[in-house]
Design a protein around this ligand. Structure first.
Ligand code: ATP
Length: 360
């Protein structure tokens, strides 16, 4: 064992026509999304961390050295669980016995997640006597995740766990994954192509391209980078953790409070006061004013300070990073507007936010 928290991964792996070379320092809890185009090496990286794919280098998970330059621990001795897109259940065993399969092999003193916790967190209590063939795709995947957790792993690897599901099943399973992210004391590495999944679930993000890491960091901070390492450009925007602070039934609006401000949005029936939500605000939906403009139709006016005026991203367009309190925003403006308004770092302005979406 070495001291220290977090996951440190330095690996090189050469395959025919593909080379992975990464140096990562990730948080020891929460959900880290590995994101990038098809073929950039996300699955290869997970397989190397698991020890399924030979690679040179070192892997340390919360102080436990799984691999060093001089030696590696075989895959079956690495305390991890792996959930795939189509993790298969044992077809001849009911849900209870599928869940018990890994659980029974862990000595009671080493179990860190109880059977009751895993079944409750994944909403399986009423399904325990069912056979896998009678479950929906989303239910099957929840059983697969619970079964993985019951092996008491120190790291949970998830490779596109929702990609085989239809949209309604994805929507059903999302709240369970959010709850796991918040309750589990172990880190989750989660491979996804989907910006919606990443926006909703990730605490931390790693962006890969052709076997290399091109950006990594906390989700909110990384999405608010003006250099847009994700190549989103047209869809660039920030994700904000907020909670419902008020409902205005007369105008069918809800107020979402975040550290540094508040935004109004449509009052969906399922939103209740105190509820935690994630909001997405796109850079193209923010305009800036030097003074509070109340005589116009945009109702979301948020005071902020300009943190950075970036160089032009595309000709005629400038990305500006702002802070409302500590919360970063991006505004994409025409370069002419930036010049005319003489916008510069440190200046106080009003953000006019045209549209706010709840990430779901
Ligand atoms: N066993 C292997 N032998 C040779 N090449 C491989 C092997 N496994 C993966 N590759 C190649 O390595 C590259 C990265 O593949 P990988 O599956 O890690 O990408 P990915 O980002 O997970 O893609 P996707 O999102 O499509 O699943 C690809 O070019 C792939 O063809």
């Amino acid at each position: 064992m070495t001291s220290g928290k977090g996951i440190q991964v330095q690996l090189q792996c050469r395959l025919e026509g593909f080379e992975l070379e990464v140096d990562l320092d990730l948080p020891g809890t929460g959900l880290t999304a590995l994101f990038g185009h098809s073929g950039c090496g996300k699955t290869t990286l997970l397989r190397c961390i698991a020890g399924l794919q030979p690679a040179d280098g070192s892997v340390i998970v919360n102080g436990d050295q799984w691999q060093s330059r001089t030696g590696l621990r075989p895959v079956h001795q690495r305390p991890l669980a792996y959930v795939f897109q189509d993790t298969s259940l044992f077809p001849h065993l009911n849900v209870r016995r599928n869940l018990g399969y890994g659980y029974r092999r862990i000595p009671a003193a080493q179990r860190r997640i109880s059977f009751e916790e895993a079944t409750e967190w994944l909403g399986l209590s009423h399904l325990l006597d069912r056979m896998p063939e009678g479950l929906s795709g989303g239910e099957r995947q929840r059983v697969a995740i619970a079964r993985a957790l019951l092996t008491s792993p120190e790291l949970l690897l998830m490779d596109e766990p929702l990609s085989a599901l239809d949209r309604p099943s994805k929507q059903d399973i999302m709240p369970y994954l959010e709850a796991l992210r918040d309750k589990l004391a172990i880190p989750i590495l989660y491979v996804s192509h989907s910006t919606a999944e990443v926006a909703r679930l990730a605490d931390h993000i790693v962006m890969m391209d052709r076997g290399r890491i091109i950006a990594q960091g906390p989700l909110q901070e990384t999405l608010a980078r003006t250099d847009q390492p994700f190549g989103l450009e047209q869809d660039a925007g920030v994700i904000i953790d907020a909670h419902i602070g008020a409902r205005d039934e007369q105008w069918h609006l809800c107020r979402a409070d975040f550290p540094g401000g508040r935004l109004w949005l449509r009052a969906e029936d399922n939103l209740v006061i105190g509820q935690a939500i994630r909001l997405q605000v796109l850079a193209r939906d923010i305009s800036l004013a030097l003074a509070e403009q109340t005589e116009q139709s945009i109702q979301n006016l948020v005071p902020a300070v300009i943190d950075e005026v970036a160089s032009e991203l595309t000709p005629g367009t400038t990305m500006i990073r702002l802070l409302a309190g500590q919360t970063p925003f991006l505004a994409r403006l025409t370069s002419r507007a930036v010049h005319t308004l003489k916008l510069e770092t440190g200046q106080s302005v009003w953000m006019q936010v045209k549209s706010v979406a709840i990430v779901d």
